[in-house]
Design a protein around this ligand. Structure first.
Ligand code: BEZ
Length: 254
């Protein structure tokens, strides 16, 4: 059974992700810096995707285990020779095994954060750290607004338009503390993100379930959302920039 909320359920194609979303791992240097990985450490990469960052941690000498809920991503990560399990982040099965749990650009897909934090805490050794980056409050706000407007125009469920968990720093810190973590650093970081392959491609990769509900009408609705966004996220030369805001956190299991 998967505890993922139906609205946030997402399927991934590793090859289309490689073409249209490689920036996700390319822009992760700050969270890796916060992790400060040390050779020999046991690290869990939660929502490891296609394993590009997991492999970087392994190259630094960490003993890394990856988990992801997408079969396609798990297969792609295993092709890199990584130890990766198919697992829903709401249902982590590890117990006291890791010096650190690391996560990049995955936690916003997990809409029951208390279950995730519980599992992270269980997975860590005492004193282990939880270092993560994901979408924070206000993340892709223009995109979410355009998707919700599109749902309204087309008479569909707005929950499918923007299903993500984008907490403020205060809210997430309180959640972590309620689970017995000590938060060492936490903050929101605006990160305007160039979309080299355009907004249509981004929408098709990251909000697939919303557009699929329209069947044969999908391309029309997609064009409508792109048109709504053009005045705010596309410059005069046709370059698109997404309005990302990252929440980055470094906490320890007390
Ligand atoms: C993000 O990485 O912030 C993100 C990814 C997919 C949808 C929305 C946001």
């Amino acid at each position: 059974m998967s505890l993922q909320d139906p609205a946030s359920r997402q399927t991934w194609s590793a090859s289309s992700y490689d073409t249209h979303a490689r920036f996700v791992s390319d822009l992760a240097s700050a969270v890796v810096e916060w992790l400060a990985p040390r050779a020999g450490e046991d690290v869990l990469d939660l929502g490891c995707g296609d394993g590009v960052l997991t492999a970087q941690l392994a190259d630094l000498g960490c003993k890394v285990t990856g988990v992801d809920a997408s079969e396609d991503f798990v297969a792609a990560a295993r092709k890199r020779g990584l130890d990766v399990h198919l697992m829903d982040g709401h249902e982590l099965t590890f117990s006291g095994e890791f010096d650190a749990v690391f996560s990049n650009a995955a936690l916003h897909w997990m809409t029951r954060p208390h279950l995730v934090i519980d599992g992270v805490k269980r997975a860590l050794k005492p004193g282990g750290r939880f270092v993560a980056e994901f979408g924070g409050h206000g993340n892709v706000a223009a995109i979410v607004t355009a998707l919700r407007a599109s749902a309204k125009l087309n008479g569909t469920d707005p929950a499918l338009a923007g299903p993500w968990f984008f907490p403020s720093a205060e809210v997430y810190q309180e959640m972590l503390e309620a689970h017995g973590f000590e938060v060492r650093r936490i903050g929101l970081y605006p990160r305007p993100t160039p979309l080299k392959t355009g907004m249509g491609a981004w929408l098709k990769v990251f909000r697939k379930a919303y557009f699929e509900q329209y069947g044969d009408d999908m391309e029309r609705v997609l064009a409508e959302v792109v048109e709504l966004l053009e005045p705010v996220l596309c410059d005069a030369k046709g370059n698109w920039t997404a309005d990302y805001v990252r929440l980055r956190v470094d906490a320890v299991k007390a």
